[in-house]
Design a protein around this ligand. Structure first.
Ligand SMILES: Nc1ncnc2c1ncn2[C@@H]1O[C@H](COP(=O)(O)OP(=O)(O)O)[C@@H](O)[C@H]1O
Ligand SMILES: [Mg+2]
Length: 302
């Protein structure tokens, strides 16, 4: 196998038999077990073989394709070598950087993007996931129901010890799919929480560095979650299919003029068909995440 990522390819990866992969391939594992590294490796390998491959990045905290708070799909042009390769893209706004407390949008978004990948002709769809696997935090339920919903042909489980047992135990007997259990590469290293937060901060800061304050008319645009609107809260600008075209940080809701004033790098609002209020409060200058300070008192009629 070629290795454009220059990652360690453990001997155990030979079980993957990439040429046989088809349909949806879900990669699960705790944080920093090498899920994204494996997804990138398979994407490059299969693309190089001339196959049309999709990568559905469901990691709302540590996305490798898009901004935190969003799920991202890329269907790559066959033959591409670099990462990210050229191809068609779509994103779905979840509104927070963890699936905890936001599992419905994670599942709905993953399903919508899977359908989009099919419509764009992906022969293989690699699904990268968050490292949330703790039962008490809903990790087991999330993985279980995501498997039921996305109906993968293959589940690749990267485990250090037995931490995935509760998720994969029934999968070992499930004839609807092939379970491939892999050990974690010794080259996989743990990234401290502060490193993850800092990575998100830099991505948000860079995204909003080019932003300007815009008035977005709401005449023909529903805004979902207006009751939760607070200045400083992250918003998604969505297209006619409900996919996310860009992010904004809300400044003010003006009911008299029926518009939202927001900071956003998006300048063309023609394709924006709806807005969605997220759960994250963001400082546009530093890119730092905070919890919302108060609720609806910030509506303005002026
Ligand atoms: N097979 C591998 N070879 C080399 N480095 C690896 C390998 N797997 C993981 N790593 C490194 O370990 C870290 C965590 O890997 P990553 O793929 O981001 O994990 P996850 O997506 O499961 O959180 C990254 O810095 C990555 O480069
Ligand atoms: Mg990852």
């Amino acid at each position: 196998m070629s290795n454009p990522e220059l990652c360690d390819i453990p001997e155990t990866w030979s079980q993957l038999e990439p040429a046989k992969l088809h349909g949806t391939v879900l990669i699960i594992g705790a944080s920093d077990t090498g899920k994204s590294t494996l997804a990138r490796y398979l994407l490059s390998y299969l693309s190089e073989q001339g196959r049309r491959v999709g990568l559905l990045d469901c990691d709302v905290g540590q996305s490798i394709l898009g901004l935190p708070t969003t799920l991202n799909l890329l269907v790559a042009e066959p033959g591409a070598l670099n990462f990210p390769p050229p191809g068609r893209r779509a994103a779905f706004f979840v509104g927070h950087v963890t699936p905890r407390g936001h599992m419905l949008p994670v599942l709905v978004g993953a399903h919508k993007l899977q359908q989009q990948a099919n419509a764009w002709g992906a022969e293989v769809l690699l699904v990268d996931t968050t490292g949330l696997i703790a039962p008490a935090q809903g990790g087991v339920a999330l993985k279980r129901w995501k498997i039921e919903l996305l109906n993968p042909t293959t589940v690749i489980a990267l485990a250090r010890e037995r931490e995935l047992d509760r998720i994969i135990w029934p999968l070992r007997r499930d004839r609807r799919l092939r379970l491939i259990e892999l050990p974690v590469s010794p080259h996989a290293h743990l990234r401290p929480r502060e490193v993850r937060i800092e990575r998100r901060r830099q991505l948000f800061q860079a995204y909003f560095a080019q932003a300007s304050i815009e008035d977005i008319p709401l005449d023909h645009r529903p805004i979902y979650g207006l009751d939760e609107f607070v200045p400083g809260r992250l918003l998604a600008l969505q297209d006619e299919a409900g996919f996310c075209l860009g992010l904004a940080i809300g400044r003010r809701y003006d009911s008299r003029h029926n518009q939202i004033t927001a900071l956003t790098p998006v300048t063309d609002f023609t394709p924006i068909c709806s807005l969605r209020v997220g759960s994250l409060w963001l400082d546009p200058v530093t890119g730092r995440e905070r919890e919302p300070v108060s609720s609806t008192a910030h509506y303005s009629a002026s």
